[in-house]
Design a binder for this molecule. Structure first.
Ligand code: GAP
Length: 442
């Protein structure tokens, strides 16, 4: 296995249209990225796998799509206005800004090299403020949401009264979040605009202790079994007393071995009744739940699963990336995506363009579209076309050749093993579906 570096991932992402720097022709914007044709497909596939896992395959979880812009009091209640800060220092010489906890304040400035020039640390709020309406005054200040979770808390009562859900139940949501991050290196790992996949599990106080390990197990299984991540690239990190939010009972991060080392991928948090209680206090509205069977009234406790979708994309790319020595001096770059998240599932390739092969292949590609994300490629030598598909992680290539014209069979090539088998066209869809179901990560 070749060493996976961030430079290699960034270069492949740009070369093959997964991810671009935002506003690149203007010099780029720090902390913002555009997902190209393959990147958006990969991201959507991971999002859909998460949505299916949480909503379709679990009992009692419903979806929500809350707005990004919310009443400013939401963020006072949640504690983000007063506490969602990083300590920052500025270099007095070059004006560069750093997180005080990430640099050595006695060392020279990493940008201009001057010594002893840092300001005292100041707290800097990570929320992006903007204005709503025509007046630009303090009363019109609102924030881009820094997490999707608060939309779920604020709509808790609406969901209970409209969906007939009963505690314990969950509300799941995927969407954009924004944080004015100063340290935005490491590509899409930490960006100012990103996407989260969050689920709040509302349960009876006391039962949270049983749900917390349940959700931890579910979430780890998701990465190994559904996204196909190497289990040895995943581990747990329990928050110590100085990492734990003051209201949290417990918190574990799922960490992934990114190219720059072990880092957080998802948090599973036991958040008690803190958020709902805060919203009850700040809004003056009743946030209690009335148990229809026992008539007990209480504010539910919450176990939260909070994953970064864009960070999941970086994980999927890093875990899948490989450079394999095929023969002496011949290295193939390959992304071993699980077939269920690969941006293209099946590429259809005519061996040559002439003698009706291209027309046959093109027709077949159209027929496969109903079942798979497909791609048609007729240009260049067949070996090069296979390599192009390997590099974007396409798990199956179907080649139409002269035999196809006589007996309606095609060559099915598997990305990981490069094995080729002959399959009747009539059995192609079923064969690919079975291979996807039985897929084992190399
Ligand atoms: N509601 C809880 C919450 O937002 P968090 O640990 O701050 O918790 C959850 O964020 C997840 O969101 C992280 O594990 C990470 O995957 C993702 N995330 C957070 N900040 C991010 C950023 N600036 N860029 C990309 N992903 C980020």
């Amino acid at each position: 296995m070749a060493e996976v570096t961030m430079d290699k991932i960034v270069s492949l992402c740009k070369r093959r249209g997964f991810i671009f720097q935002s506003s690149e022709i203007y010099g780029g914007l720090n902390g913002a990225y555009d997902y190209g044709p393959l990147g958006v497909q990969l991201k959507n596939n991971i999002r859909d796998a998460w949505w299916k896992e949480m909503i379709q395959l679990h009992d009692n979880i419903v979806g929500l799509d809350a707005s990004i812009l919310m009443h400013p009091r939401v963020w006072e209640a949640s504690g983000h206005v007063s506490n969602f800060t990083d300590p920052m220092v500025d270099c007095k010489q070059c004006k560069s800004r750093f997180r005080a906890d990430q640099i050595d304040l006695n060392a020279p400035c990493p940008v201009c090299g001057n010594k002893g020039t840092f300001t005292a640390p100041r707290n800097f709020n990570l929320m992006f403020a903007t204005h709503i309406g025509a007046d630009v005054d303090a009363a019109s200040t609102i924030y881009l949401r820094p997490e999707t979770a608060q939309g779920i808390y604020v709509d808790f009562k609406n969901v209970v009264s409209s969906s007939r859900v009963k505690v314990p139940f969950g509300i799941a949501q995927v969407g954009k979040s924004f944080r004015n991050e100063i340290t935005t290196k490491n590509f899409i790992f930490r960006s100012c605009e990103f996407e989260q996949m969050e689920m709040q599990w509302f349960c009876k106080p006391g039962t949270d202790e049983q749900w917390f390990p349940y959700w931890r197990e579910q979430r780890m299984n998701f990465y190994v079994n559904r996204i196909g991540i190497h289990p040895e690239h995943l581990r747990w990190h329990q928050h110590g007393p100085d990492e734990l939010a003051f209201y949290a009972k417990d918190a574990f991060d799922i960490q992934f071995l990114f190219p720059m080392g072990w880092q957080e991928l998802e948090g599973v948090h036991s958040r008690t009744d803190y958020d709902l209680t805060q919203h009850q206090k700040f809004s003056g509205k009743d946030m209690t739940y009335l148990d229809p069977e026992t008539n007990e009234k209480y504010i539910p406790y919450v176990v939260e699963t909070s994953a970064g979708l864009t960070r999941n994309v970086l994980m999927a790319l890093s875990d899948a990336y490989d450079e394999e020595v095929v023969a002496e001096g011949d290295i193939r770059t390959v992304l071993h995506f699980h077939p269920s998240i690969a941006p293209v599932t099946v590429a259809v390739l005519p061996l040559v363009k002439k003698d009706g092969l291209a027309e046959y292949a093109s027709k077949l590609e159209h027929e496969l579209r109903d079942d798979f994300a497909t791609y048609y490629d007729q240009s260049g030598a067949i070996g090069r076309r296979y390599r192009r598909q390997d590099e974007i992680g396409t798990p199956y290539c179907v080649t139409v050749d002269y035999d196809t014209m006589n007996d309606n069979t095609v060559t099915l090539r598997f990305r990981d093993s490069m094995e080729q088998v002959r399959v009747p066209v009539s059995e192609l869809v079923a064969t690919i579906k079975k291979a996807t179901k039985d897929y084992k990560r190399v």
